[in-house]
Design a protein around this ligand. Structure first.
Ligand code: X2X
Length: 333
């Protein structure tokens, strides 16, 4: 008891009495939750944007970042941003599909051949379509989509070279109908799971494989629990910078303008960070013991066509979304 009292008395005056703090209290203290480690460029650039927003609004908007699933897994955070319990969230389009089914139109298997097509589409008609669909459910999407990257397959037991090698492999996929359908069509046994559970599930061998972009293998240390990396580039995946419609509309217009401007600018820089990592991370992962190959994507695409994957998803997404995608990537399926 005495110890606790002493400790309490030792708290600096500025902490014990916030009203004497030099900095004025923020008018809006907003929470931003995400699923990635602090070292990932998503968090580095978001922190930079939050600093700039604080400075440009004279401290009125203070965005606090909760990385690494501190506020729960993606499903939890999606519920929280809908209710306004958190103010910002950066789900992958794959994950927000449970709420906005058309959101992952960018994530159709083997659709995007390269980054120049990705950014043309996401900064153009395809991104505009997704943004409008997101607004319909009472959320606001910042214009610029941030980069997750091209998703690559990893396994623990044996490398994958052809679709046959995927037969029966227990692979974790994000909680997303599109991801499940892709790997089912390829003959694997996909298990949807929150990202927060992936490391442990791989470590304990509950699952054998997963798929994520190279920067995530590195920053989330998945190289510790996976041996083989396959440069399949099977999905291009991005993070949508989402605000809760309820709390976003409470901000004065000039504050919203500053926040959106800073987040979009930092998003462009975050894309550049990922581009740099894409060219350097593989060597680092190899030095940590991973072994890479680059399977020919053609046979995978053929299996997907034969299984009716493209026809089925064209039907689900509808003509408008599908036409906008094909405008950038050419005819699919
Ligand atoms: O859950 C994943 O695999 C991740 C981190 O890439 C997403 O957010 C979809």
């Amino acid at each position: 008891r005495t110890l606790i009292k002493t400790a309490a008395l030792a708290v600096p005056a500025t902490l014990a009495m916030p009203w004497v703090s030099a900095r004025a209290a923020a008018k809006f203290t907003y929470k931003y939750g995400n699923n990635l480690p602090l070292t990932h460029p998503l968090n580095v650039r978001a922190a930079e944007a939050a600093d700039r927003i604080r400075a440009a609004t004279n401290g009125d908007l203070d965005i606090r970042i909760f990385p690494n699933n501190q506020l729960g897994g993606d499903t939890d955070m999606l519920n929280q941003v809908r209710s306004g319990a958190i103010d910002f969230f950066t789900p992958s389009a794959l994950v927000i599909a449970t709420l906005v089914p058309s959101a992952p139109i960018n994530a159709v298997g083997f659709a995007f051949p390269s980054y120049d097509k990705v950014w043309a589409a996401m900064d153009g008609d395809l991104g505009a379509y997704v943004g409008a669909e997101i607004e319909k459910v009472g959320l606001h999407m910042m214009k610029n989509v941030w980069d997750n990257g091209f998703r690559q397959l990893t396994t623990s037991a044996k490398p994958v070279v052809t679709p046959d090698d995927l037969a029966g492999i227990k692979i974790r996929v994000p909680v997303s109908p599109l991801s499940i359908s892709l790997f089912q069509s390829l003959g694997a046994a996909p298990t949807p799971m929150q990202f927060s559970e992936v490391y442990t599930a791989l470590q304990t061998k509950v699952i054998d494989a997963q798929e994520n972009p190279l920067p995530i293998l590195q920053t989330a240390k998945l190289y510790e629990v996976q041996k083989y990396g396959m440069l399949t580039n099977h999905i291009w995946d991005g993070f949508l910078f989402i605000a809760s419609g309820k709390t976003w509309s409470r901000l004065p217009e000039d504050v919203r303008k500053i926040a959106e401007g800073a987040l979009n600018e930092s998003g462009i820089k975050q894309r550049e960070d990922i581009a740099k990592m894409n060219s350097s991370v593989k060597a680092d992962l190899e030095s940590k013991g991973m072994v890479f190959n680059a399977p020919d994507p053609a046979p995978f695409r053929e299996v997907l066509k034969a299984k009716g994957f493209y026809a089925q998803w064209h039907e689900k997404f509808g003509d408008e979304a599908w036409t906008r995608l094909e405008k950038y990537v050419g005819k699919l399926g």
